[in-house]
Ligand binder design. Structure first.
Ligand code: NAD
Length: 280
């Protein structure tokens, strides 16, 4: 039976580390690292995500403020609002919770964020820095996945890693970060023709497709490590992308909930304290 890779336990350790760095920063500079969270509209999943982020900021000893704007806000007004937060010296990180309502263009809104405060790592500049291998703020979910693999002692150098999903926020940046770790990376997506065969070759399988049960037991090699990024709401229950019986063949696996989710939140706090240190 697969060992459980406990994202909650690791996230608690990460938050302790952030807390110590925040306290040291505050002792030296006389202010806490600051995070602003911007929520537009009332997307139910977003409401629950921002609550976890506010709680984690509190646990990590950061200053945080949340701004809720109506779904009807004009794109220009939102851009100006985000721009003003960007100029606020108390704030080191600004997070615009995605997805935005359909009438707002995500790229245009994110472009109003100063890249040095883009703690989600979604601006074009930070994504370009990742591609170029330059220092920058990296997206939180991929950071959390890499951290969990390292924490569990999984060797990535030379490993065959399959990533299912190529989104700009998860699959793509994760593939680049795995290349930085010297893994051989295969990225699969909705047009891929040989999902089962490719997954079967992998030492590490990372599912980020948002399709419950897309990774099945018979697709996974005995002893592979499986990371489940997916969050699917089925019959009022949260499930991942990996079928539960994959645990019978995998050597280690993350649960949903309690795996990658808490790591994403912890990495946001780590990015905020990192941004704060770079700015000062
Ligand atoms: P997305 O919808 O933007 O991208 C999904 C990707 O999966 C696409 O690239 C698509 O090509 C691929 N895909 C979809 N169906 C497929 C199929 N049948 N076969 C192969 N590939 C397929 O989603 P996203 O934002 O990247 O998120 C992916 C999942 O991860 C979602 O369930 C989301 O809720 C979850 N998520 C979790 C966290 C976390 O902290 N745990 C963070 C972000 C996203």
């Amino acid at each position: 039976m697969a060992e459980r890779i406990d994202g909650r336990a690791r996230a608690a350790e990460v938050l302790e580390g952030v807390k110590a760095r925040a306290a040291a920063f505050s002792a030296a500079k006389g202010r806490l690292p600051g995070l602003a969270i911007v929520l537009v509209g009332e997307h139910p999943a977003s409401l629950s995500y921002i609550r976890s982020k506010e709680q984690a900021a509190g646990r990590a000893g950061l200053y945080s403020e949340t701004h809720r704007l109506p779904a009807t806000v004009a794109e220009d007004a939102l851009r100006r609002f985000v721009g003003r937060l960007g100029e606020d010296e108390r704030l080191d990180g600004i997070l615009v919770q995605l997805p935005l309502p359909d009438a707002l263009r995500q790229e245009e809104v994110l472009a109003a964020l100063p890249p040095e405060k883009d703690v989600d790592g979604f601006t074009t500049l930070n994504q370009g820095r990742l591609l170029a291998g330059e220092r920058g703020l990296r997206p939180c979910t991929p950071l959390g996945v890499i951290d969990l693999l390292r924490w569990h002692g999984v060797r990535l150098d030379g490993a065959e890693v399959v990533v299912i999903g190529r989104s700009r926020t998860v699959g793509r940046p994760l593939a680049l970060m795995l290349l930085e770790e010297h893994a051989s990376v295969t990225v699969l997506h909705s047009h891929s023709q040989s999902l089962s065969d490719d997954v079967r070759r992998a030492d590490v399988v990372i599912a980020a497709a948002g399709q419950a049960g897309i990774v099945r037991r018979e697709m996974v090699r005995e002893g592979a490590v499986v990371i489940d990024v997916g969050i699917n709401r089925i019959g009022g229950k949260l499930v991942g992308d990996v079928a539960p019986d994959v645990a019978e063949v995998a050597s280690a696996m993350t649960p949903v909930p309690g795996g990658v989710g808490p790591m994403t939140v912890a990495m946001l706090m780590a990015n905020t304290v990192e941004a704060c240190t770079w700015r000062s």
